[in-house]
Ligand binder design. Structure first.
Ligand SMILES: CC(C)(COP(=O)(O)OP(=O)(O)OC[C@H]1O[C@@H](n2cnc3c(N)ncnc32)[C@H](O)[C@@H]1OP(=O)(O)O)[C@@H](O)C(=O)NCCC(=O)NCCS
Length: 152
């Protein structure tokens, strides 16, 4: 995969102009509702930890994280356009995110995923995450979440 601006496909930091596309992608792919304000707030919390995957000048996926503690990062949002799945975009975003976390001295990473989201659970397992607990009624619709975790 090529990785620089001007190439066909690359990962870069989130920019304010991306907001509409990110909100639309988030609300068409993720379980919860995300307003422009919420996505903007997430981007402000940790600018480096919000990355987009650009393919042919369009955003095909994104990842947003937070610093859960000084040594642990958390994936808050990860989504890939349904038409662009299974070609490695989610993995590329996670790998860049994990590299950033390592570079910033973090030692582990955690995330939450709906217990019924088998696709994402398989995806995270392949990346080395393990389920460490179940959180009952975690989501707005009262569905349960697994907490998943891995060392960096
Ligand atoms: C989970 C998600 C981010 C994966 O993105 P992606 O770009 O399709 O993932 P990749 O192409 O990098 O997949 C890597 C591996 O994960 C596994 N995987 C990914 N999607 C899968 C699926 N639908 N079914 C089974 N395994 C899957 C496969 O092992 C895959 O490798 P392979 O294609 O060589 O078999 C994407 O499906 C998505 O956006 N889902 C909706 C949003 C979501 O659930 N986000 C996570 C919330 S916590």
């Amino acid at each position: 995969m090529q990785t620089g601006r001007g190439d066909i496909a690359y990962v870069r930091k989130f920019e304010y102009n991306d907001l509409d596309r990110i909100v639309s992608l988030a609300n068409s792919t993720l379980a919860e509702y995300y307003s422009h304000e919420l996505i903007f707030d997430i981007s402000e919390q940790w600018r480096d930890g919000f990355m987009v995957y650009v393919f042919r000048d369009e955003i095909a996926g994104f990842i947003a994280g937070s610093r859960h503690s000084q040594t642990e990062a958390r994936v808050l949002l990860l989504a890939v356009d349904p038409d662009m799945r299974r070609i490695g975009i989610g993995t590329a975003l996670m790998n860049d995110f994990m590299k950033l976390c390592r570079d910033q001295g973090m030692m582990s990473i955690r995330l939450e995923v709906q217990t019924q989201n088998t696709d994402a659970i398989v995806f995270y397992r392949k990346l080395g995450f393990v389920i460490i607990s179940t959180m009952k009624k975690y989501y707005t619709d009262l569905s349960d979440a697994y907490a998943m975790w891995r060392l960096l």
